[in-house]
Design a protein around this ligand. Structure first.
Ligand code: GAL
Length: 432
């Protein structure tokens, strides 16, 4: 117990140190110079996110550059804390919010993470006036505005829509082995067996941060349950002990027999690299992986890698939306609203999303700025059935997600179907 407390303390100290050094980084990557331009440093916006490093930060940097062009008098502090899906950033943010030291604006997923978390805790200002002023009420899809609203008020501005149900594959490996991208689990396992026989890892996983395995699991749940029943898991109308959930968990177990042995020491970028190099053939990941493949690994869409919806999820869209809001009690409200205005503009969205791998949240963005993957996904979004992601905070409150991350992480090593569905059912029960 004492040892645990000490380790936890140490982790917190490290997180604080990390956030402190990150938050001193200005948009140009230079350290802040004290007293050089006092007027400029008064006008400051601190942007908090987990977009740092490979595959994550390019879109944000482009958005910041656009903002600086328009508002050279306002200083930006890029306070990013590394770690996929906010693994570390969310803890740092929670400490800051509890200590009444909110950043000017922060990355938060639409859905439960925003509404059941920060809005329910009374920490956010409504943005209805900004939406009115910018004429945004019919510029974002209604379904998306609902994800960032509670009790009739709108609380954040979506910068993007990521798709969570994508299977990426190495095209060279598929072509050389005469394989076709699998559309069903049956096809997936047939392809996986052929690859295994050739000594190629069928599916890459990097679950050093457990959310990546949760993301695969939620994809399978969506495929096996369908949009409606999947949605019932989050309203409490369907038990995790339901036979369809058990079946999905069996499929997950089978899928895990095709992954790389060193999955627990890799993060999502490391796992994507296996696919890029052809050491593994496929991975299931959100479309930030496309940003990583193209910007960082210099791979070409539909030449070096291909994409298809995760087996069983054609016509379905696992929605992940990154949004930014206005915390209560910040100093630079006007400057922060100016940043949100740029982030919500067509120009802002079209600077950010082609690099990030996501599609614009706005319905009137310039489609010609997007590659074939982006164009296909923009089209799909218009007609697909939408579902909220658990792994990325939209489907259920943070407390449930933490338990799901733990339970799935144990499942990946122990493969006990009953233990996983029981743990999830219990976590859901505790939510009531
Ligand atoms: C998600 C986030 C994405 C991407 C991903 C990997 O939660 O919405 O924008 O950053 O994590 O870190």
């Amino acid at each position: 117990m004492r040892k645990k407390g000490f380790v936890f303390g140490l982790v917190l100290v490290l997180l604080f140190a990390l956030s402190a050094c990150n938050s001193k980084e200005s948009s140009g990557g230079e350290k802040e110079k004290s007293g050089t331009d006092s007027k400029k440093s008064e006008k400051k916006v601190e942007i908090f996110s987990w977009w740092t490093g490979a595959g994550e930060e390019d879109g944000l940097k482009a958005l910041i550059a656009l903002f600086q062009d328009k508002h050279p008098d306002i200083q930006i502090e890029n306070a990013a804390v590394a770690g996929g899906a906010g693994t570390n950033a969310k803890a740092v943010l929670a400490s800051r919010m509890q200590g009444n030291d909110p950043p000017s604006t922060f990355q938060v997923h639409g859905g439960a993470e925003l509404n059941e978390g920060w809005v329910a805790a009374g920490k956010m200002e409504p943005l209805n006036d900004l939406y009115e002023k910018e004429g945004w009420n019919d510029k974002f899809p209604k379904s998306l505005i609902e994800m960032v609203s509670k009790d009739g008020n709108i609380y954040s501005v979506p910068v993007n829509i990521h798709r969570g149900n994508v299977l990426w594959y190495n095209k060279h490996v598929f072509d050389e082995n005469g394989l076709k991208a699998p559309t069903t689990f049956e096809e997936f396992f047939a392809v996986a067996d052929k690859l295994k026989a050739k000594g190629i890892t069928p599916l890459a996983l990097g679950d050093k941060e457990p959310w990546t395995a949760v993301q695969i699991y939620e994809n399978i749940l969506l495929a096996e349950l369908g949009t409606e029943a999947y949605g019932k898991l989050w309203t409490g109308d369907l038990s995790f002990k339901d036979e369809k959930v058990v079946k999905a968990t069996e499929t997950f177990k089978k899928m895990l027999s095709y992954i790389n042995d060193d999955h627990a020491s890799r993060n999502w970028q490391d796992a994507s690299q296996l696919v890029a190099k052809g050491e593994a053939a496929m991975n299931i990941m959100g479309d930030w992986a496309k940003g990583y493949f193209v910007n960082d690994l210099k791979l070409a869409v539909n030449k070096d890698f291909g994409y298809i919806t995760t087996p069983g999820t054609a016509g379905k869209f696992m929605v992940i939306t990154d949004t930014f809001g206005l915390p209560k009690g910040i100093k630079n409200v006007e400057e922060t609203k100016q940043f949100l205005s740029v982030l919500g503009s067509v120009e802002g969205q079209d600077a950010f999303n082609p690099l990030k791998g996501s599609i614009p949240a706005r319905v009137d963005a310039n489609v010609s700025k997007y590659d074939q993957y982006g164009k296909d996904t923009i089209e799909d979004f218009k007609t697909a059935e939408l579902s909220p992601s658990l792994a990325h905070g939209s489907a259920a409150p943070e407390g449930f997600l933490t338990k799901a991350n733990q339970a799935v992480n144990i499942f990946v090593s122990q493969k006990d179907v009953k233990q996983l569905t029981d743990s999830l059912a219990q976590a859901a029960e505790e939510l009531k």
